[in-house]
Design a protein around this ligand. Structure first.
Ligand code: BES
Ligand code: MN
Ligand code: MN
Length: 457
C-alpha cells in the first residue's frame, strides 16, 4: 500500500485523533490554562512518538513547552526538513457566539469546528499524519525530519525566538515548512511568499486621581478619555496614512512587476465585502485591496476601555483610559523600531494634566521568503498534483513571529504551505477547518516530503 492509500484508509481514525487534539484547551494567553497547555504538549509528544519518531522531547521554557522531535535516519545524503507549527490557540471569547462549545469539536457541513481547528492544530496534525503514512508504508521517512511545534505563537513566541538562536546547530536544515496560513480560495492551491509583521502596544492614560463629577470639575480638569481620543485621532489621517514620524522610512515599495502579478490574481473586492458584511472598503489611497492587505503597513485600535459604559447616562469625568493598538508591518520595517517611533510620537501628543504610559506588548518582524528554491518548487509540484490546479503565489496580512528568524539564524528558506481558508474564523467564534483541506493537506504533505526527499542536499 502506498502512503496516499494508507491515509485514505485511515481517514476516520485520523479525524478522530484530530478531535482529541482539538479538545485540549491550550490557550497560551491565559495563565489559568497553563496546565492545559502543558497537557496538550504531552499529548502531542506522545502522539508523535506513537507514529514512530525515535526522538521526541518536551522542552520546558520560561513559558509554555516546545515539542521537538527528530528522525535523522535517512542519513546525510538526504535533505533535512524542519517543520514548524504551533499547538497553542487563541482565547475563545466571546463564548456565547459559538454554535458548539469551542473545545467540544463538532463535525458539520464538511468542516470540523473547534478553537485551533485551522489555526494551527489541524494544519500541524496533517503533517504528522502524512509522516506517519510514509513511515508506515515504507518503513522509513524519505528525508530527515525535525519537528518544532511551539506553545507560544499566539503570544508572540517570546521563548521560541531565543531557543532558535541558542539551538541553531540542532535546527540546521535544508528547508523549513510551515502550514499556518490560508490558501487563496477553496480548491486553489497557493504558496505564501510574504507575511506582515506586527507591533502591538498598550496606551494607559491617567487624568485626575479619581472619577469626578463632570459638572463640578468638567472644564477645569482634563479628561483622559478625551485625551486618548485626541491621541488616537493623530495616529492616522483621513486617507489611511499613518502619521508617526519615520513610520514609512523602511517600507519596501512594491515593484511594478509585483503589482502586475498581484493584480493578475483577480482579487475580488466584492467577495471580501460580502464576507465581512460591509458596503465599502477602506484603506490607504493609491493601492489595491490585496496590496493594502499584504504589502502595506497599517494601524488599528484593537480595544478601548474607560469611563461609564453602563445603561443610561452618568455624568462622570473618568480618571483612567486605555487603548490597545496594533500596527501591521511590511518588509523592511522592524517591530522594535516601529514600537520606539510610536512611543516617541505618542509622547508628543500628551496634553497638560494627563500622564500616558506606552507598553510594547509583543510583535513580529515582517518577512519575504524566496520563491526560487528547491523546496518551493517541490511544494508547487505537490500542491498541483493534489489539487489539480496551478499553484498561485500570494502574500498574507497576518504574522508568524519566528519566520524572519529562521531566515537570519538558520539561513534556510521557508515554505509557507498553508491549507486554511480566510473565512474559517481563526481567532473568532466558530473557528473551523475544511475537512477537504485536511485530506488534501495530508496528501500534499506526503507528496512534498517524497519529492523534496529526492533532491541532493
Ligand atoms: N496563523 C496566524 C498567522 C496568519 C494569519 C498568517 C493570517 C497569515 C494569515 C498566527 O497564528 C497568528 O495569529 N499570528 C498573530 C501573531 C501574533 C500574535 C504575534 C497575528 O498575526 O496576529
Ligand atoms: Mn497560526
Ligand atoms: Mn493565530
Amino acid at each position: 500500500m502506498n502512503a496516499l492509500d494508507f491515509l485514505a484508509n485511515r481517514y476516520n481514525d485520523s479525524l478522530q485523533e484530530l478531535t482529541t487534539f482539538l479538545a485540549i484547551p491550550s490557550v497560551s494567553t491565559d495563565v489559568a490554562s497553563a496546565n492545559d497547555v502543558s497537557r496538550c504538549a504531552v499529548w502531542l509528544a506522545d502522539h508523535i512518538r506513537h507514529t514512530g519518531f525515535p526522538d521526541v522531547r518536551i522542552i520546558e521554557t520560561a513559558g509554555h513547552p516546545i515539542v521537538y522531535a527528530e528522525d535523522l535516519s535517512a542519513g546525510p545524503e538526504k535533505p533535512t526538513v524542519l517543520f514548524y507549527g504551533h499547538y497553542d490557540v487563541q482565547p475563545v471569547d466571546p463564548l456565547h457566539l459559538w454554535t458548539n462549545p469551542p473545545f467540544e469539536p463538532t463535525i458539520r457541513d464538511g468542516k470540523v469546528f473547534a478553537r485551533g481547528a485551522t489555526d494551527d492544530k489541524g494544519q500541524v496534525f496533517l503533517h504528522i499524519k502524512a509522516l506517519e503514512a510514509l513511515r508506515a508504508t515504507t518503513g522509513s521517512l524519505p528525508l530527515n525530519v525535525k519537528l518544532l511545534i511551539e506553545g507560544e505563537e499566539e503570544i508572540g513566541s517570546p521563548n521560541l525566538a531565543p531557543f532558535v538562536e541558542n539551538n541553531a546547530t540542532m535546527l540546521q536544515c535544508d528547508a523549513i515548512v510551515v502550514s499556518d496560513t490560508p490558501m487563496m480560495a477553496p480548491g486553489i492551491p497557493s504558496l505564501v511568499y510574504g507575511l506582515r509583521g506586527l507591533a502591538y502596544l498598550q496606551i494607559d492614560v491617567t487624568g485626575p486621581n479619581r472619577d469626578l463629577h463632570s459638572g463640578s470639575y468638567g472644564g477645569a480638569v482634563n479628561n483622559p478619555l478625551n485625551a486618548l481620543a485626541h491621541i488616537i485621532a493623530q495616529l492616522k489621517d483621513e486617507h489611511g496614512r499613518i502619521r508617526i514620524p519615520g513610520f514609512y522610512d523602511d517600507v519596501l515599495e512594491l515593484s511594478l512587476v509585483e503589482r502586475e502579478e498581484l493584480a493578475a490574481l483577480g482579487y475580488d473586492d466584492t467577495v471580501l465585502m460580502n464576507d465581512v458584511g460591509t458596503t465599502s472598503l477602506f484603506g490607504e489611497q493609491g493601492y489595491t485591496t490585496p496590496e493594502r492587505l499584504w504589502a502595506r503597513p497599517t494601524l488599528d485600535v484593537n480595544g478601548l476601555l474607560g469611563g461609564f459604559t453602563g445603561e443610561g447616562a452618568k455624568t462622570v469625568l473618568p480618571s483612567k483610559a486605555m487603548a490597545k493598538i496594533s500596527m501591521r508591518l511590511v518588509p523592511h520595517q522592524r517591530t522594535a523600531d516601529i514600537a520606539a517611533k510610536f512611543q516617541a510620537y505618542v509622547e508628543t501628543l500628551v496634553p497638560p494634566g494627563i500622564t500616558v504610559t506606552v507598553r510594547d506588548l509583543h510583535g513580529a518582524d515582517p518577512v519575504l521568503v524566496p520563491r526560487d528554491t528547491p523546496a518551493m518548487h517541490a511544494a508547487v509540484r505537490a500542491l498541483e498534483a493534489t489539487f489539480g490546479q496551478t499553484c498561485r503565489f500570494t502574500r498574507e496580512g497576518g504574522s508568524i513571529p519566528v519566520v524572519l528568524l529562521f531566515d537570519t539564524v538558520l539561513k534556510s528558506p521557508t515554505v509557507l504551505m498553508g491549507f486554511g481558508l480566510n473565512n474559517e474564523n481563526a481567532h473568532s467564534p466558530d473557528e473551523h477547518f475544511s475537512l477537504e483541506n485536511f485530506r488534501h493537506g495530508m496528501d500534499a504533505a506526503v507528496r512534498f516530503y517524497q519529492d523534496f526527499g529526492t533532491i541532493t542536499p
